[in-house]
Design a protein around this ligand. Structure first.
Ligand SMILES: [Zn+2]
Ligand SMILES: [Zn+2]
Length: 250
């Protein structure tokens, strides 16, 4: 047993060393922020005046890919929602839905630039981009350590009004949700739609030949299951409070 443990340890150490040698350690959000701040003062001032901002977000259960939300400063709130979706809603989504994206995220570029827009002229919810256009990420840089960089866009006002599924399709009645619970539900729904589109476009990025129907089916299933789990949980905690108030009355 001791030998096994030692073996495991040395394997782990070798793996770490290998990562260091090949330079394939995952890029972190702090590194991206550090890189952006390290650019010339003139460049940063111009970007600042243009209102361009960047927000890194990572899937908390995996080292890569790192998502960098690129957004106009006036859309900061929506950018924070996307980051929250990647960092929290992903983690609380049901396991099977996340597992369905395990290999896709594993094969995805280590850095994904998400251009946040209000609308797309073509009316689409999102696209994957053949090239990286976002200036700080368009050229290879040593900070990326050779990791692939991919880019996509999401039009968030379109997403807000988009109904991927009739609400009746979510197993549990949302009519029980009122007031702040209903607001929470709508915010969660928006974040899950954004997350499912991010996963959808990343899937296109990784499997360029895969048919749209298969890609859509997977992202809609992820959205449906995550939202249904959320509603189920919300209704559960609600009936718990009702039970308690009943027992208090006795
Ligand atoms: Zn389009
Ligand atoms: Zn598609």
């Amino acid at each position: 047993m001791a030998a096994d443990r030692l073996n495991g340890l040395s394997m782990h150490r070798n793996w770490n060393r290998m990562e260091a040698v090949t330079g394939s350690l995952p890029v972190t959000g702090a590194e991206i922020v550090n890189y952006l701040h390290g650019r010339s003062r003139w460049l940063r001032a111009r970007e600042w005046l243009r209102g361009r901002r960047y927000l890194p977000a990572r899937f908390m259960d995996r080292a890569r890919p790192l998502v960098v939300v690129a957004y106009p400063v006036r859309d900061a709130r929506a950018a924070f929602q996307v980051a929250l979706a990647v960092e929290q809603d992903w983690l609380t989504a049901p396991q099977p839905g996340r597992e369905a994206y395990d290999e896709i995220l594993f094969k995805a570029p280590g850095l994904i630039v998400l251009q946040l827009r209000r609308k797309n002229p073509c009316g689409c919810l999102g696209h994957r981009h053949p090239y990286v256009n976002e200036q700080p990420f368009a050229e290879p840089h040593e900070i990326f350590r050779g990791t692939g960089v991919g880019e996509l866009d999401i039009a968030y006002t379109r997403v807000a009004s988009w109904q991927p599924l009739p609400l009746s399709d979510i197993a549990l009645d949302t009519k029980f949700l009122e007031g702040t619970r209903l607001e929470d539900f709508r915010a969660k729904q928006f974040r899950l739609k954004m997350l499912s589109i991010l996963l959808h476009e990343t899937h296109h990025m990784v499997e360029a030949e895969a048919p749209e129907t298969a890609i859509r089916e997977r992202s809609i299933a992820f959205y449906h299951d995550a939202l249904a789990a959320y509603v189920e949980n919300a209704v559960d905690t609600m009936s718990l409070t009702i039970d308690r108030s009943f027992s208090r009355m006795e």
